[in-house]
Design a protein around this ligand. Structure first.
Ligand SMILES: O=P(O)(O)OC[C@H](O)CO
Length: 378
């Protein structure tokens, strides 16, 4: 799989990485904040969502405090996803010296560019540690997925040479917004081996035609020999990717998909995905709907040996329209951790049963059809 990914995506995998899977806000936010507070040289952070709540204030305070201490702090916010950030937090950060930039603010864009968002989530501290995954900065992600107010998500802390790939993703989007790739505060430090994980960092970019993110997902599906597990917040791919999942299942791979259930913040996206449930179930794909709260993680595991984790949903928005970042990880221990999380999540999920699903109401069928015209934007 490593050579397939390297040759088809054209980016070498790095060795010597240490990864820690962080589950839910209770684990994720303290580690990110602790890392920001320990920064001595640089903090670069990019996020699609920066909404409201105590956690939004905590991040603003931590970033501002480091900027005041002389650390170079850059914060890149997506112009659509973070539009509801509290204005006083922005002022507070700017006054302290945080460089805040907006990625493609809708008001300043032609209608054709509105669609292409910066969906990447990354935090980089002192060029040594990076975080990426599904989390946004908002109260919804706090807690431990105990009820519908605490979303379920996974982030990863990375040390080692793969940090460079995540830094490059930040630099690419920062350069577009600010016309600057690096400055005197960037030290370009060497990475010493930190662990045993092999990691390839794959960037998805808005564009026309086939994208690296599609290659990445296709290689993962087609490389699976025994088991392919997908967790995603938004499942609305095109028929081609449904075909790949069905082909994998038909050739004997156990294909399992874990999706939001009763709690989803984008019902329209759920309906677009449900349009394909019948085909998937007929091919033997197992579909689980997570019950406790909104499932927001973006994870794939393959054959207990490889994993994908990052910002990419299994929808056309992530695969075709937005700037994304995904880590392809070859590491049995890390994959086993994500598989254990998957098992625990499935234990509190409901399976979609084929016979019952075929007998779903006419209203549900009508709703699924009604969203088809817009699914390429979902
Ligand atoms: O786009 P995601 O996957 O980061 O999720 C954030 C949602 O858009 C919130 O509605």
């Amino acid at each position: 799989m490593r050579r397939r990914l390297e040759r088809l995506i054209g980016i070498a995998a790095t060795e010597g990485n240490a990864l820690v899977a962080l589950r839910n806000g209770d684990e994720i936010f303290p580690r990110m904040l602790e890392s920001v507070r320990s920064a001595e040289h640089t903090v670069d952070m990019m996020t699609f969502v920066y909404w409201k709540g105590d956690i939004a204030r905590q991040f603003a305070r931590a970033l501002a405090e480091r900027a005041r201490a002389g650390v170079r702090v850059r914060l890149l916010l997506d112009g659509f996803g973070s539009r509801t950030i509290e204005k006083d937090l922005l002022e507070h950060m700017r006054e302290a010296g945080v460089r805040v930039a907006w990625f493609r603010q809708p008001v300043a864009l032609s209608p054709l560019k509105q669609n292409h968002r910066c969906h990447r989530k990354a935090l980089l501290v002192d060029e040594r540690v990076a975080f990426t995954g599904g989390v946004g900065i908002a109260e919804e992600w706090c807690g431990d997925a105990r009820d519908e107010h605490e979303w379920r998500d996974t982030h990863v802390e990375v040390r080692g040479p793969a940090v460079d790939g995540i830094a490059a993703a930040f630099a690419q989007n920062w350069a577009e917004c600010c016309g600057e790739l690096f400055d005197a505060r960037d030290r370009f430090t060497e990475h010493r081996p930190q662990g045993d994980a092999v990691v390839q960092v794959v960037r998805g970019s808005a564009g026309f035609g086939w994208q690296d993110m599609q290659t990445l997902i296709q290689v993962m599906i087609e490389s699976a020999e025994e088991r392919f597990r997908l967790t995603t917040a938004y499942f609305a791919p095109d028929a081609y990717f449904i075909g790949l999942l069905c082909d994998a299942s038909r050739r004997g791979v156990e294909v399992e998909i874990l999706l939001p259930g009763p709690y989803t913040d984008k019902r329209v996206c759920q309906l677009a995905g449900q349009h394909f449930y019948e085909d998937l179930l007929a091919c033997g794909v197992k579909i689980h709907q997570y019950q406790p709260t909104m499932m927001h993680a973006k994870i794939i595991t393959v054959d207990a040996t490889a994993a994908l984790i990052g910002s990419t949903n299994f929808n056309r928005r992530s695969l075709e329209h937005d700037e994304e970042i995904m880590l392809a990880v070859l590491d049995e221990e890390f994959t086993a951790t994500l598989d254990a999380h998957f098992d625990e999540d499935v234990a509190v999920s409901e399976p979609i049963r084929e016979g019952r699903w075929r007998r779903r109401s006419l209203l549900q069928r009508a709703r699924e059809k009604a969203v088809l015209p817009v699914r390429r934007f979902l």
